[in-house]
Design a protein around this ligand. Structure first.
Ligand SMILES: [Ca+2]
Ligand SMILES: [Ca+2]
Length: 630
């Protein structure tokens, strides 16, 4: 089979060479995906007086300037919110016409993300456990018997879909719903009481009920944050350790977060915006519990992950993703088989790819500001592009379906660097075999020359129809908050005939800098009455609130006993007391030691699939009472 990309790559060499010569030149490439662009063109062609509106997220190099805001307004695009380098915008669909493939307009926008919404974590699995079985598994019932049920502990739940059911049922203590009112002029949003009526679903409600399964008397503050900027703002607010609502100050003790945003902010090392905010929240005295993700499975799944360190040894411009394969297509691409029947049944499916590599400025050069870099520093960044093909079932021929080719080796207008990420989302009408390649475009820049290096890549794949990613990777498959240092990253265990075993999909560690993730695992696939999830709630989404509930019980007990209970103490107690699950649940113990330097390594070994083990809140309480003595 011929290599289908060699023809496509050639004309780009010249084009990017010109771009490189002028450091401030506009980027090339369709920042709006071709599927979206077709929709925009169709709307533009309509003579209808009613032009539909569209929300998009622009990723920029730095904070939005006043002149950039004015440029957008001129096009009829309003800024809903701008937080750091993500700008949530809204406008008539026709206003985005200038951002199509090949466009030179608005050069300070280097990426356009089609969906502004934060994702939830959920995926199918086996035996349904009752709330009683879950409480027994983590020994929460023993704390209940001592009268510790989370009374007076304030737990915030970050999500974007609440229905109000939990409040209606649990009236005895405080359960309050809030939403972030994103102001249209880009000001920081206010926290407003009440349900967010713009988002359907009840994922947050299922999380709330899971917290109450463990800590039935905890106060809940359910915070609806539907967009990436809403989420960043919510994290910033929580980094003060409290919420200010209508003049009232509410101190937050625990945060439970089972959401993620399908865009990477670091190389899984906890140094990006989102992870740093997670750390700041813990610094403010709050126990932060986050679901690690459901990306570790490769077969018959809707979320998967591929990662590793790759070179282009055969010199065809594509990273050798399967270095040992002799066939060039098999060596340079990985296959994604999407269930044809399910795509047919749904009349189509979306595929989403998020590629990220180790070219972040802090990983490449820490000793100089980007404006002081020399060409070799830029070479260390590397410019990768993501290309997806469909493969003909009979002939094996590949046809390019979508490409994300943001130029990374370009200084942005404000002297910054373009982050090492490529993002694609598009609709397919047919299932079957798709192939993914990662092009290394670094050599097309004259200043870069032939210098190459192995590149560590992370690729998250998400689809609305089941697929199989044959070359999937478990290691490092967590989502954006997963790399944070101080929060508690939670994996999922399911009840099986062998006991509590790690779920195949539960995202694994370690972090890119070798730290143990998950820190702990908790039951998933347990009974719920929440309509959208009944009869059972699953995924790491369901496990994180169990740990949040456990933390609430510990804080309740610690307060009653006058025991110090900083977030570090609570985390240490939970991790120290967790029940070791060697090999997931395999009786043959083979847990891996954490990398040297990991703080937990001094007192316990952790594995990269189950962390320090299954939550045991009773033993954690004993550990706290004993003053943390080993
Ligand atoms: Ca190659
Ligand atoms: Ca690129």
């Amino acid at each position: 089979m011929r290599n289908p990309t060699s023809k496509i790559a050639l004309p780009l060499v010249a084009l990017f060479a010109l771009v490189w010569c002028n450091a401030l030149a506009a980027p090339d490439g369709g920042r709006v995906s071709s599927t979206d662009y077709e929709e925009i063109l169709q709307a533009t062609a309509m003579s209808s007086e009613e032009v539909p509106e569209r929300d998009l997220v622009f990723v920029t190099a730095g904070p939005l300037t006043e002149s950039q805001r004015a440029e957008l307004l001129h096009l009829g695009i309003r800024v809903v919110s701008a937080v750091g380098n993500t700008v949530h915008v809204r406008g008539p669909i026709t206003a985005f016409e200038t951002l199509g493939p090949g466009s030179q307009a608005l050069p300070w926008i280097y990426s356009v993300l089609p969906s502004p919404y934060v994702e939830v974590l959920g995926d199918p699995s086996p035996t349904v456990a009752s709330a009683e079985i879950v409480r027994e598994a983590i020994e929460a019932d023993r704390l209940h018997e001592k009268g510790f049920r989370g009374a007076g502990v304030n737990v915030a739940i970050l999500d974007f879909s609440f229905s109000g059911d939990v409040r209606d049922e649990f009236g005895a203590h405080r359960i309050s719903y809030y939403r972030l009112a994103e102001s249209i002029d880009g000001r920081a949003p206010d926290v407003v009481p009440g349900l967010d009526t713009t988002s359907a679903g009840d994922h947050g409600e299922a999380c709330a009920r899971a917290v109450l399964d463990i800590a039935p008397e905890a106060n809940l503050f359910l915070l609806s944050t539907g967009t990436i900027n809403g989420r960043k703002e919510a994290l910033r607010l929580l980094a003060t350790g409290q919420l200010e609502v209508e003049g009232e100050t509410i101190g937050i003790d625990v945060v439970s977060d089972s959401t993620y945003y399908p865009y990477p902010f670091d190389h899984g090392d906890g140094r990006g915006d989102i992870a740093q905010l997670g750390d700041a929240i813990v610094d403010a005295g709050v126990v932060y519990v986050n679901a690690l993700g459901n990306f570790a499975q490769g077969e018959n799944t809707t979320m998967s992950f591929f990662g590793g360190s790759f070179e282009d040894a055969d010199g065809d411009g594509l990273l050798d993703l399967v270095p040992d394969a002799t066939d060039p297509v098999l060596r340079n691409t990985i296959d994604l088989v999407v269930d044809p029947f399910m795509v047919w049944l749904a009349g189509g499916a979306f595929l989403r790819f998020s590629l990220e590599w180790d070219g972040w400025s802090w990983l490449v050069r820490e000793d100089a500001a980007p404006e002081e870099w020399n060409p070799e520093d830029f070479i260390r960044v590397q410019d990768l592009d993501l290309v997806v093909y469909s493969q003909d079932e009979d002939t094996g021929e590949l046809t390019e379906v979508a490409r994300s080719d943001t130029p990374q080796l370009r200084r942005t207008a404000d002297g910054g660097l373009v982050p090492p990420t490529e993002n694609l989302q598009f609709i397919i009408r047919e299932g079957g075999t798709y192939r993914i390649s990662i092009e290394n475009s670094t050599g097309r820049y004259p200043l870069a020359g032939p210098i190459e290096r192995p590149v560590s890549v992370h690729l998250h794949v998400r689809a609305s129809a089941p697929f199989t990613l044959s070359e999937h990777t478990e290691s490092g498959s967590f989502v954006n908050m997963g790399g944070a240092t101080r929060p508690i990253g939670v994996g999922a265990v399911e009840l099986t005939t062998a006991g509590w075993c790690v779920a195949a999909y539960s995202s694994r560690g370690p972090t890119s800098d070798g730290r143990v993730k998950p820190e702990i695992v908790a039951p998933t696939h347990f009974a719920t009455v929440v309509p959208g999830y009944a009869p059972c709630f699953e995924g790491t989404s369901a496990s994180a609130p169990i740990v949040a509930g456990a933390a609430a019980l510990l804080i309740d007990a610690a307060r009653a006993g006058g025991i110090p209970h900083t977030p570090e103490k609570i985390k240490e107690a939970l991790l120290h007391a967790a029940t070791v699950l060697c090999g997931g649940c395999n009786p043959e113990c083979s847990s891996m030691a954490p990398a040297p330097g990991a703080p937990e390594a001094t007192w316990r070994e952790g594995s990269f699939d189950t962390g320090f083990g299954l939550v045991n809140v009773w033993d954690a309480y004993q550990f706290l009472v004993a003053g943390g003595a080993d």
